[in-house]
Design a protein around this ligand. Structure first.
Ligand SMILES: NC(=O)c1ccc[n+]([C@@H]2O[C@H](COP(=O)([O-])OP(=O)(O)OC[C@H]3O[C@@H](n4cnc5c(N)ncnc54)[C@H](O)[C@@H]3O)[C@@H](O)[C@H]2O)c1
Length: 353
């Protein structure tokens, strides 16, 4: 059924000409998914490394290759650029692409600072172009299921969320663990709670490479009263991708490594009105544990489809540039707290750009 809809879209409209820039660890996944989208024509790929281009060329001989980003921008067939290069290059590459009139998908995080991110948003706005950060987890079916439960009130008021995203590797050369893994949890929290934290405090350590924190424990306090603890590390004996959401009605465990990624616990504690002053009798409830059906869909494919739809229809993608800016502001607050030895740092309310 989905296939038929895709085909219909491809027949109605001309496929969108796309180029992918950056073919390291992540870029080839973007290439593979773009190749699967009938509404896209992958025109070219670009990397500074010839060997990375050769790998794509062998697999997809019809796709042009170049080591020159200027060539990509000069090609009128390229309507949109997908950027999967290191964080420090996101702003210069995306700004040049937008200035050349190309729609832009930028891997997470959107930019290396909130001022850079805001500049890109302004540039895209002025030119009427789509700018979308690659917050892939917002397209993950389990994340979507939890979001629906929060939105519908099924979980009640959200008391707290605690999350662990740890495994052994991949140390990044130009980013701390907060800039590398933080965007995943921060984007999910921003999407679920629809608010940016009011306060952030963090603790980290550079265990392996001096000056590059590879473990961080981050506390977030939200205006609604919800609190969150985010544990991220490139150093851990086993892979954990586990988030617990505790609400006033129900609780949820979202475990991305499990074949039952979402488990909903009809459990809680209530404090009935004390019959007499000073008398507290808590009421504990441990009910059913339900594992909802989760669609088997590749988040990256859904994400790139949302990018194409945003270009075609002018809609705001779920992973919006505004959310991308808020995520960068959260990471900056982590860095500020770390500079102040873990001090509790205030974040201004959501910026409207
Ligand atoms: N959404 C996700 O789940 C996810 C997962 C992994 C990485 N990422 C993001 O993808 C981006 C890339 O990460 P990676 O791990 O693939 O990095 P990487 O270092 O493995 O690859 C980066 C590639 O970019 C190329 N490059 C650098 N500057 C360039 C330039 N000016 N022009 C053309 N090519 C250039 C390099 O040669 C390299 O091949 C980062 O922003 C990262 O955060 C996202």
């Amino acid at each position: 059924m989905t296939q038929m809809n895709d085909k219909a879209q491809a027949v109605d409209g001309r496929p969108l000409g796309v180029a992918v820039v950056g073919l390291g660890y992540w870029g080839p996944n973007l290439v593979r998914n773009l190749q699967e989208l009938p509404e896209v024509r992958l025109v070219s790929v670009c990397d500074l490394r010839e060997e990375a281009l050769a790998v794509i060329s062998r697999r997809y001989p019809a796709v042009a290759t170049t080591t020159s980003f200027a060539d990509v921008l000069a090609d009128p067939q390229v309507e949109a650029v997908v950027i999967a290069t290191p964080v420090s290059t996101h702003h210069p590459l995306a700004a040049a692409a937008l200035e050349a009139g190309k729609h832009c998908f930028v891997e997470k995080p959107l930019a290396a600072s909130s001022s850079e991110a805001a500049e890109l948003i302004a540039l895209a706005g002025e030119r009427g172009l789509t700018l979308m950060p690659g917050h892939t987890f917002l397209y993950s079916p389990p994340v979507q299921v939890v979001r629906s439960m929060i939105e519908s009130g099924e979980l009640g008021d959200i008391y707290f969320i605690s999350t662990s995203r740890v495994n052994l590797g991949l140390h990044q050369s130009d980013a701390s663990v907060a800039w590398d893994l933080g965007p995943h949890d921060f984007s999910i929290l921003r999407y679920w709670l629809e608010e940016t934290p009011a306060h952030v405090s963090a603790l980290s350590r550079s265990c392996i490479m001096p000056g590059t924190p590879d473990v961080a424990f981050i506390n977030l306090e939200f205006g609604s009263g919800a609190i969150a603890h985010v544990e991220i590390a490139w150093l851990a004996p086993s892979k954990l991708r586990r988030t617990t959401v505790v609400g006033s009605r129900k609780m949820v465990v979202y475990d991305d490594t499990s074949n039952e990624p979402v488990r909903v616990f009809d459990s809680g504690v209530t404090l009935p009105n004390p019959e007499t002053f000073g008398e507290y009798r808590l009421s504990y409830r441990t009910g059913d544990i339900v594992s909802p059906r989760i669609d088997a869909a590749e988040p990256l494919l859904l994400e790139l489809r949302d990018f194409c739809a945003a270009i075609r229809t002018g809609s705001t993608p779920r992973s919006s540039s505004h959310l991308g800016l808020e995520v960068v502001r959260m990471i900056e607050a982590v860095d500020e707290s770390l500079e102040l030895n873990g001090a509790r740092v205030g974040l201004a309310p959501t910026l409207a750009v």
